[in-house]
Design a protein around this ligand. Structure first.
Ligand code: ADP
Ligand code: ZN
Length: 437
C-alpha cells in the first residue's frame, strides 16, 4: 500500500514564512489564554509590561520573562494552570528528588495534540499501520510510556505496551508478535542485545525489528551506530520532556542529522545560559521553549536547561521545521573538575569509538588527598584480549584521547561485561562522591 510521506501534510510542508505566521498567531492566542486563565502569568506579564497587546511580532517574545523549573516547584501542584481543574483529564509528575516534584496538567485536547505529535514523528521515520510497535518504557508518570502508547495507536499500529524491564518477556514478545518498531532508551537497547546474545537470539534472523526510537537520555553518534549494528535496525533520536508533554517534541527524520522540532507546537530559542541573550543559529546554548498549542498549562519561554544548538541550513527531507542537534546534556549534568567543565557525553563519545569496549561505563568523581579525581569504569566488549600489554596499550590510548578532550587525566579501569549496575530507567553515568548533602 502506498502512503503519503507525511502524517500531517498541512503542518509538515509549511514554508518558513508560513511557520512564522502561524507561530505569531498561536503565540498571541496563547498569551491571551494565559493572561485570562492563569493568575501566575497575569501577574508575571503585567509586571514585565508584556501584556498580550504588547506582543505583536515574534521578536517581541523576548519581552516575556522566562519560566523556570523553580516556578513550577514554587507553584506546585496546579499554580501555573490556565484552565480550571475540571477541564483537565490527566496529569504527569516528575520524580522530584530535590524538593517538590513538578506537575504538568493536560486537557483532552492537549492529549490529542500530543498523540498527533508522536504519531507524526513515528510516521516520519517510516512507521505505518502494518507495523507492530513495542514500548519498553515505564508506564505511569514517566511520559515515555503513555506518550508513545497514544502516539503509536493514533498512527494505527498494533501496539504492545510491554512496559519497562523483564527483558526475557520483551524478547518473547519480539518473536511471538513480530514486533517491527521498538521504543527504548539507549542504555536499555544495549541491554536487550546483551540478553539476546545470552539466549542465542540473532535479531536479524529471529526478529522482524527494523525501527528503533531511542531517546530520553544523551547518547553519542557512535552509541547510535553500535545499537543499529547490534539490533539490525535504524535508530532515530527522540527528544522530549515532561514539561513539554513528553516525547514528540523533536525527532530525527530519515536523514538522521538533527531532530526536527515541531514549530507549530513550540517556539524555539537558544540562549546563552549566563547572559540569557540569544545565540546565533549554529551555536550551542540553552534550549528555551514556548508552547503555542496547549490549553491546560502553556509554558512561556521555559528554560529547559538542556544544551544544544540549531543545525543551520535546510534538511534534504524538505521539512522546514528547525533541527536540533544532539543534546549535549543538561546544564546540571555538567561536572566541574579542577575548574574544567566536562559533560559526560564528551567521555562517552571517546569511549564508544573503541570496539574493545562495551556500552556501559560509570564515571566516579571523588576527593583523593585533597584533590578531585575521576575514575572511569568501563565494560570490555566480547573482543577477546588475552595479552596484558595489549590491554595496557588500550588503556593508555583511551586515557590519552580522554585527556585531549577533557583536559584532565582520568583513571580508566576495565571491568568485565555486565558487571556495572544496570538501571531500569535512565542510566546513571556519574557518581559524584564529593557532594555532601
Ligand atoms: P526527568 O526530568 O525526570 O529526566 P523527563 O522525561 O521529563 O524526566 O526528562 C526530560 C529530559 O531528558 C530532557 O530535559 C533531557 O535532558 C533528557 N532527554 C530527553 N530526550 C533526550 C534525547 N533524545 N537526548 C538527550 N537527552 C534527552
Ligand atoms: Zn529532515
Amino acid at each position: 500500500m502506498s502512503y503519503s510521506p507525511y502524517f500531517n501534510p498541512d503542518m509538515e510542508t509549511l514554508s518558513r514564512l508560513e511557520i512564522e505566521a502561524l507561530q505569531l498567531k498561536r503565540l498571541k492566542d496563547t498569551l491571551e489564554h494565559c493572561f485570562n486563565g492563569s493568575a501566575f502569568y497575569k501577574k508575571r506579564l503585567m509586571e514585565a509590561g508584556a501584556t498580550p497587546d504588547k506582543i505583536n511580532s515574534l521578536d517581541d517574545l523576548r519581552r516575556i520573562p522566562f519560566t523556570t523549573k523553580q516556578d513550577l516547584r514554587d507553584t506546585y501542584p496546579f499554580g501555573i494552570a490556565s484552565v480550571p481543574l475540571s477541564k483537565c483529564t490527566r496529569l504527569h509528575s516528575s520524580s522530584g528528588t530535590t524538593g517538590n516534584p513538578t506537575v504538568i496538567l493536560h486537557t483532552a485536547r492537549d492529549l490529542e495534540q500530543w498523540a498527533n505529535a508522536v504519531a507524526r514523528c513515528l510516521w516520519m521515520v517510516g512507521c505505518r499501520p502494518e507495523d507492530v510497535f513495542q514500548n519498553t518504557s515505564g508506564y505511569g508518570m514517566f511520559t515515555g510510556g503513555l506518550g508513545f502508547q497514544y502516539g503509536a495507536e493514533k498512527l494505527g499500529m498494533l501496539t504492545v505496551p510491554a512496559a519497562a524491564g523483564n527483558t526475557l518477556r520483551q524478547l518473547k514478545f519480539f518473536t511471538d508478535f513480530g514486533t517491527t518498531v521498538v521504543h527504548a532508551i539507549p542504555s536499555y537497547a544495549a541491554r536487550l542485545y546483551e540478553v539476546m546474545c545470552e539466549r542465542g537470539i540473532d535479531p536479524r534472523r529471529d526478529t522482524k525489528l527494523k525501527i528503533l526510537a531511542i531517546g530520553a537520555e544523551p547518547h553519542s553518534e557512535d552509541t547510535r551506530k553500535r545499537i543499529e549494528d547490534m539490533l539490525g535496525v535504524k535508530a532515530y533520536n527522540s527528544f522530549g520532556m515532561s514539561e513539554m508533554c513528553g516525547p514528540g517534541v523533536a525527532f530525527e527524520c530519515k536523514e538522521q542529522n538533527g531532530m526536527h522540532i515541531w514549530e507549530d507546537y513550540y517556539i524555539v530559542e537558544i540562549v546563552d545560559p549566563d547572559t540569557l541573550e540569544p545565540v546565533p543559529d549554529g551555536e550551542t546554548g540553552e534550549l528555551v521553549l514556548t508552547t503555542i498549542n496547549r490549553e491546560a498549562m502553556p509554558l512561556l519561554r521555559y528554560r529547559t536547561r538542556d544544551l544544544t544548538r540549531i543545525i543551520p541550513g535546510s534538511c534534504p527531507c524538505g521539512r522546514e521545521h528547525k533541527r536540533l542537534d544532539r543534546m549535549k546534556g543538561r546544564s546540571d549534568d555538567m561536572i566541574i573538575l579542577k575548574g574544567v567543565n566536562i559533560f559526560p557525553i564528551q567521555i562517552e563519545t571517546i569511549l564508544m569509538q573503541f570496539k574493545e569496549l562495551a556500552s556501559d561505563y560509570l564515571i566516579t568523581i571523588e576527593t583523593r588527598e585533597n584533590n578531585d579525581a575521576m575514575t572511569i569504569d568501563v565494560e570490555l566488549s566480547d573482543i577477546f584480549i588475552d595479552d596484558m600489554s595489549a590491554l595496557q596499550r588500550l588503556e593508555k590510548e583511551i586515557t590519552r584521547q580522554l585527556h585531549d578532550e577533557i583536559l584532565i587525566t582520568p583513571k580508566v579501569r576495565f571491568v568485565p561485561k555486565g558487571s556495572l549496575p544496570k538501571s531500569e530507567g535512565k542510566a546513571v553515568r556519574v557518581k559524584d562522591l564529593r557532594k555532601t548533602f
